[in-house]
Design a protein around this ligand. Structure first.
Ligand code: EPU
Length: 421
């Protein structure tokens, strides 16, 4: 296992190039299973999660080649079983379900199981696929889906207790591309990653309208063909570097950023007194404000404030003067970073799914334990702003979602070292 040694006290300046989106790449890679023809996906970030997805595609029978961000997949023959030992390592592997049932009329995929950020059920995915005519049986930890006569278009409401579901919308949209007739998904997730997946499916020959809004209409087609696609910039990686800039940035330029995907975060950073300046269509310059003040936000489905940025903002607010209030509405239990930040001297009190943060002057370094991807990012940020040297253990969490984070941070002046535990 590796850990990151983070020396506090440095300032950041220089340029960071943001990678392709993890959360776009995963369903897009899964979507290549919908065709026997070759697909080429560019700007796939080099992460353990995308590596798992590549392995899953291989296990399902696809031929996959990967070189510097480009993944070429030819899924001429596909088997319908995704085994537990691969699926359990990454919850997002559930997004092979839609392509398998859509193309093969059957799928046997292990239930992905729990997750540190909450319960994470997949009832809405199954409800949507059932509405398309799949028979669903959950037994022995596996989901067995079958539609021997193919899927049929339907009107489906995907809204759940916590709002829309991103991967659930992806699964139903992918399956519906090959269903007979028209599917209307109401209460669809409108995240940019869903729209990016739809763009890839459209390039493959699918007929989809409305992706990126709450209603998606899919007209089923007989077959899909090969396509090329470049994934969108990772808005959460970009957001994490924006927060680093707000915390300790003298002059941090982020390139390959899709600014229009980041409105909610940019608003909160500006309201707290930091400078986020647009530089053309795809770059932003971030500088820490001279007299920042606490802020308030609630996480919501897109275009609201992203849950995947909540932990990093808690790290920023921990040393921002005044009181900040952060409410989690997407994953109410996603606050594993709070006790670790408090160990570093933060003053954060939880009231149900709301963190009340009283800004302290400085955090002090401590060995801390990363519990999930975004919590780890928050601890790295906290360490960069703290006095002394912080050890962030279990670095594998961060390698799931941040491409070469230590190299990128070092290049703009951070003092971080990756070492074996
Ligand atoms: N939900 C249900 N039933 C379902 C599916 C979801 O109740 O069948 C609930 C969840 O428990 C949660 C809410 O709906 O309360 C939203 O979950 P969603 O299904 O949208 O999450 P997801 O699709 O599994 C993706 C991202 C997550 C991100 C969430 C929310 C990928 C690979 N993952 O997960 O990203 O937090 O959407 O935006 O796209 C991350 O990158 O760190 C990460 C966790």
């Amino acid at each position: 296992m590796e850990k990151l040694i983070v020396h506090g006290g440095s300032r950041l300046s220089g340029t960071v190039t943001i990678s392709g989106s993890k959360n776009s790449s995963l369903p897009i890679l899964a979507a290549t299973l919908l065709t026997a023809e070759q697909c080429v996906i560019r700007r796939v970030p080099d992460l353990s999660d995308t590596n798992y997805m590549v392995r899953i595609l291989g296990t399902l029978g696809a031929e996959v080649e990967r070189a510097s961000g480009r993944v070429i997949v030819a899924a001429e023959k596909v088997i319908p079983q995704a085994p537990y030992d691969l699926v359990r390592k990454m919850r997002a592997s559930v997004c092979v379900l839609g392509p398998l049932i859509g193309r093969l009329g059957e799928a046997l995929v292990s239930l992905p199981g729990g997750c540190i950020i909450g319960d994470r059920p997949i009832d809405l995915h199954l409800r949507g696929l059932e509405a398309l005519g799949a028979e669903v049986e959950v037994k022995g930890g596996d989901m067995k889906l079958s539609a021997p006569d193919g899927l049929r278009g339907a009107e489906i409401n995907m809204r759940g207790k916590f709002g829309s579901t991103v991967l659930g919308t992806d699964n139903v949209m992918m399956a519906a591309t090959l269903a007979e007739g028209r599917t209307v998904i109401e209460g669809a997730a409108a995240e940019p990653e869903v729209a990016d997946l739809a763009d890839f499916l459209i390039a493959m020959g699918a007929k989809i309208e409305g992706a990126g809004t709450r209603t998606i209409v899919i007209e089923g087609v007989e077959a899909l063909g090969g396509a090329e696609h470049e994934v969108i910039p990772d808005r959460i990686e970009a957001g994490t570097f924006m927060v680093a800039g707000a915390l300790i940035g003298d002059d941090l330029l982020l390139e390959n950023v899709c600014i229009r995907h980041m409105g909610a975060l940019i608003d909160v950073l500006r309201e707290s007194g930091h400078s986020v300046e647009e530089k053309g269509a795809d770059a932003v310059r971030v500088r820490a404000g001279s007299s920042p003040q606490g802020g308030e936000f609630t996480t919501e489905p897109y275009p609201g404030f992203a849950t995947d940025m909540q932990a990093q903002m808690c790290a920023l607010f921990a040393t921002t003067p005044g009181i900040s209030v952060v409410t989690e509405q997407v994953f109410p239990q996603r606050f594993m970073h709070v006790p670790e930040l408090n160990r570093m001297g933060a003053n954060i009190r939880m009231e149900d799914a709301t963190a009340i943060i009283k800004g302290v002057e400085r955090l002090s370094a401590a060995p801390v334990m990363a519990s999930d991807l975004r919590a780890s990012a928050a601890l790295v940020l906290a360490g960069l702003g703290a006095d002394g040297t912080t050890e962030v253990n279990r670095l594998y969490h961060i390698d799931r979602g941040y491409e070469h984070i230590d190299d990128k941070l070092r290049r703009v002046g951070a003092k971080v070292e990756r070492v074996k535990e």
